[in-house]
Design a protein around this ligand. Structure first.
Ligand SMILES: Cc1cc2nc3c(=O)[nH]c(=O)nc-3n(C[C@H](O)[C@H](O)[C@H](O)COP(=O)(O)OP(=O)(O)OC[C@H]3O[C@@H](n4cnc5c(N)ncnc54)[C@H](O)[C@@H]3O)c2cc1C
Length: 467
């Protein structure tokens, strides 16, 4: 009997190898991880906010699985490795005058992460979510098999259950995705609505007509700055622009929204407009102050840099320490993205301003793509329009409130309004409730088919218990 290889004796997954060899090496590495050790991805970047499992043991060396394998300009498709960041992907596709159907706002989000963890962006009102433009998914399942899952055929159940599985069924190594043509510039129109009802009526109109005041709309998102200040931004790809703005250094994109009626960006700068300031979260580092902004190098004005700083502050427990020094009652991190049916969205905002109150709030309408598969771990009404609300920050605890209470209240309210909550951040659901919300039975079937020995953490353990 040959001895079982240890992870240290398995050859590394060198980026210089061809894709097939790298895949084989990765599989050997996976099979060599002792059964009693947790498996984790050794990945360069992350956009996960909930605590990760303690980084013990050898990580699965997936870093070499980044980069675009090919772009087919004629068919408008790309073959992409799972750990490719959208920054790499956009660079490769824009060179052909194409882009992915949905490009999440943060440059370091990877295609595997966005498909298994549900990305969203301003094209989502017409193109749905990133997993809806995947044609083929090659993954290494929990039991160490390499399988190719497609919308139909042998592994179609896995294909439908992979979105929102957060790497608990297997790891995406290669994805074939659809692309769409771009034009060089985006004309932005910023629309202001005092009342939430009027704002969501406009969302309904734009989503149905895919136009606003007679002009085609390619992109739609918005920001609520306060209970009576809602802004929608409609974007139209155009061939010419009288000028282009630059929000990648001195100027701040979100501050331009209430100030300007119209604006122009290159398509590249449009796609990364939110990354430079991590929406508005760079404000926590003083980047709204012109002096600090001037001194902060342009190359560090990126969400992945802020993310590392936040992760360090959390490790050093800086928020708790400053609260203690200032005699504050303590704060709760409220970092969530929730999807609410359009006709309950005004109600959600009313609740939000009363009970949470952090400003601004990101607004992003979405609809599933026509004829798209039923996504078993994140079911949505195929005929409904939803609004994603993103809010990220700290709220002061009220007297008698425990840590997590405000997040629990949000979870309850989202459920009452018929909505859904993304799982990239903290969650507090009870096991049974979670099971009912996130495809329990279908998920269990998939786990016993693709990871019968439970080598990978389960979804509840990963997303709620954070173990
Ligand atoms: C503050 C904040 C704001 C956000 N805003 C947005 C937003 O505006 N738009 C948006 O689209 N998303 C947003 N996200 C969510 C983000 O898209 C998801 O968290 C996504 O999963 C992150 O992808 P990543 O590549 O960074 O993966 P990671 O953070 O590294 O991993 C996320 C999860 O996916 C798993 N995973 C990663 N790669 C693979 C793979 N190849 N195969 C299988 N599983 C894998 C990991 O195990 C992990 O469980 C936001 C997140 C945060 C924290």
């Amino acid at each position: 009997m040959s001895p079982v290889a240890s992870p240290e004796t398995v050859a590394p997954v060198s980026p210089d190898l061809g894709y097939d060899l790298r895949r084989q090496r990765l599989r050997e590495q996976y099979l060599a991880i002792p059964r009693d050790q947790p498996v984790r991805l050794a990945k360069r970047t992350s956009n996960l906010f909930r605590p990760r499992a303690a980084a013990e043991g050898p990580g699965l060396d997936v870093a070499a699985f980044d980069g675009v394998l090919s772009v087919d300009r004629e068919r408008m498709t790309a073959d992409v490795q799972g750990m490719t960041t959208y920054e790499q992907l956009v660079d490769a596709t824009l060179a052909h005058g194409l882009m992915p159907l949905v490009v999440p706002q943060l440059r370091s989000i990877t295609i595997g992460g966005a498909v298994t963890g549900l990305g969203i962006e301003s094209a989502s009102f017409r193109n749905g979510l990133p997993h809806e433009s995947v044609l083929e998914l090659e993954l290494m399942s929990g039991d160490g098999r390499i399988v190719i899952a497609r919308p139909r055929g042998e592994h179609s159940e896995l294909f439908q259950g992979f979105p929102n599985s957060y790497g608990t069924l297997g790891y995406a190594l290669r994805l074939k995705i659809e692309l769409e043509p771009v034009r060089p510039y985006v004309r932005l129109r910023h629309l202001r609505f005092e009342h939430a009802d009027a704002c969501f009526e406009a969302v309904s109109e734009i989503t149905a007509a895919r136009s606003w005041r007679g002009e085609r709309v390619d992109f739609l998102d918005g920001v609520a700055f306060a209970p009576r200040a809602h802004h929608l931004t409609v974007g139209t790809m155009v061939d010419e622009a009288p000028y282009t703005a630059d929000y990648s250094d001195r100027e701040i994109y979100y501050l331009s929204i209430p100030r300007l009626g119209e604006d122009y960006l290159t398509i590249h700068d449009y796609l990364w407009r939110w990354d430079t300031d991590w929406f508005w979260c760079s404000g926590a580092f003083g980047l709204k102050r012109p002096g600090v902004r001037r001194l902060w190098p342009k190359r560090w004005k990126r969400s992945d840099v802020y993310w590392k700083l936040i992760a360090l502050a959390r490790r050093l427990r800086i928020p708790e320490r400053t609260d203690r020094i200032r005699g504050r009652p303590g704060r709760e991190a409220v970092i969530q993205d929730v999807e609410i049916p359009l006709d309950r969205s005004a109600e959600f905002l009313e609740f939000y301003w009363r009970e949470v109150g952090m400003a601004p709030v990101w607004i992003c309408p979405l609809r599933l793509r026509e004829g798209s598969a039923p996504w078993t771990l994140y079911e949505m009404d195929p005929d409904g329009t939803y609004v994603n609300f993103g809010f990220w920050g700290m709220v002061e605890r009220r007297p008698g409130e425990r840590d997590g209470d405000r997040n629990r209240l949000i979870e309850r309210t989202v459920g009452e309004l018929g909505g859904r909550k993304s799982l990239y951040s903290t969650s507090f659901y009870e096991r049974e409730e979670f099971r009912a919300l996130y495809g329990g039975e279908a998920y269990e079937r998939l786990r016993s088919a693709y990871d019968p020995q439970a080598r990978l953490l389960g979804l509840f353990e990963k997303c709620v218990e954070g173990s």
